[in-house]
Design a protein around this ligand. Sequence first.
Ligand code: IPD
Ligand code: CA
Ligand code: CA
Length: 268
Amino acid sequence: MHTALDIARSSATAGATILDSMRENMGDVRSKDSATDFVTEADVASGLAIVREILRLDPNARVLVEEPEVCEQLSLEPGALDDHEVWVIDPLDGTTSFLHGFPCFSVSVALVRDGQAIAGAVYNVALGELFSAARGLGAFKDGRPIRCSTASSVRDALLVTGFPYDRGAPLDRQLAVLAAFLRTPVHGIRRDGSAANDCCHVAMGRADGFWEYTLKPWDMAAGAVICAEAGAIVTAADGAPWSASSTSICVANPAVHRDMLAVIDSAD
Ligand code: IPD
Ligand code: CA
Ligand code: CA
């Protein structure tokens, strides 16, 4: 019997191995819903490796993968967020960075039970770091426990965020919030192109807070449980409780999180 933590770690590692081997040869690239949202053969190859590993360890698992081709090629009925339990998978989080050879991309695998992420793993491929967590068991980087930062104010914080593919109203909202943080002022704001990595930067304390809008469950689910188990507060960007059907996220230690919600509120 394999635990959810074992399955998350092992399947994320399987996907990361594929991505690492395809960095120089990522196959065909095509646009998805918008001209700036791409998918490569590496996304699908990583997804196949992840799902095969999950099913090897738990043949009854249900999976929800960002790329629908993965379930199609394996003749699997895709899982859904309202399943009692479903593995929610982003086989390549940070496709744009991957595509440009910018070393910030990851694999994200989470087990969602009744809408809440209960275990997950994020493999930061460029740095070779495996983050993982399971509810009640703590959060880990390469097997060792991690905690989020102890910064006492957002004014002492290095924040991470991301920009939406939709360059209309979602971008306007994000730019207003970005300006509010820069004028607070915070120490700095970074954008590396993988929401899953961004959560892990906060979980291990190399960043103090992360917020982003217009995200999908596979961008956030593993990062949400890793942050929560590392002592961070995890909510949607408006402060509502986070669940796998949320479309935004705000994570930070309790003091920084409280300040972040106030800044976001001031920008609305
Ligand atoms: C993207 C990354 C990025 C975030 C985008 C996501 P993808 O995921 O997480 O950091 O800003 O909103 O869609 O498309 O590379 O899997
Ligand atoms: Ca993603
Ligand atoms: Ca992706």
